[in-house]
Design a protein around this ligand. Sequence first.
Ligand SMILES: *Cc1c(COP(=O)(O)O)cnc(C)c1O
Length: 365
Amino acid sequence: MKPQPKSGVLDIEIYVPGKSRAPEGIKLHKLSSNETPLGPPPAAVEAARQALLHLEQYPDGQASDLKAAIAEVHGLNPKNILCGNGSDELLGLLCQCYLGPGDEAIHTEHGFLVYGIQIRAAGATPVVAPEKDRTADVDAILARVTEKTKLVFLANPNNPTGTYLPFDEVRRLQAGLPGNVVLVLDAAYAEYVRRNDYGAGVELVSATDNVVMTRTFSKIYGLAGLRVGWLYGPETIVSTLDRVRGPFNLNAAAIAAGAAAARDRAFVEEAARFNAEWLEWTAKALEGLGLEVTPSVGNFLLVHFDDAAGRGAAEADAFLTERGFIMRRVAGYGFPNALRMSIGTEEANRGAVAALAEFLGRSSS
Ligand SMILES: *Cc1c(COP(=O)(O)O)cnc(C)c1O
């Protein structure tokens, strides 16, 4: 007799985060985890520092200050907000509360890996909907809905492709789902998107009973190390998740820093502007080297390599790593011959392009 985890758990492949090491003596440019190159907002660092002076106290279990800041900035009712230890925790809570053995949850072909992990951890079955042009396909998702379906996950924009669904398509997806299926709109990169036909999902959450939107402070807000995420949803869903979460799921520094970061609108605006400029520059420069780049609205690019021996993603990754440019292998996302590059500092972007030019044996213009 040996201890056995519940069914499904051992089918989970352990999540491998982006690498974060360069060889001895080489300057590290970490472009592997979609972190901001701009650092955290100084006001958030100061707020966290203040919180550290009272570490003997439990944090506010309701994260009221953080909810108030988010509500204020986004014009929402705090009752419809739930904060999490990163949005990853909220994705897990959704699975824990709405899935059990025999249930199914749908995610797309190249969707975020955390969905499959959390669906299996809840004992349910992940169902994969194929994508079209590396973009979520509403008809393919709807065609996979059965009586067993309880959740649909859509990362919009998606990681690692950087592609997005226009809001009309998201609306069509919701309209096609039975009312008992929760549509999870994971808008981790929403602040970066500059498209008139994009919406993160606030209106759809407000207008329906079965849609939630998750957001994070890990990307544009520069607080990945503290773990702060939030969810906006109907009160019935928010209060359901509220029962199951840890009573103090966010630490005191995370609550304080998150609230300060949310209110620093100038920081976010500048970060979005910086990203738009370097996303475009980097995509064009990589295309100029003859590489195929999936059009992205996020803070990262999916770069495709040749099948030719010696010119593939694995070789490029090794070459870049030796020079301190750390990118993300994405074989686990169904892209064995691509790398995901986060937009970094000017120095990192220029350096990575120059290194790739050298790798490909061409001169960079
Ligand atoms: C980075 C990312 C998140 C954020 O996760 P946190 O737990 O908030 O750090 C969520 N969804 C997607 C698609 C992401 O790429």
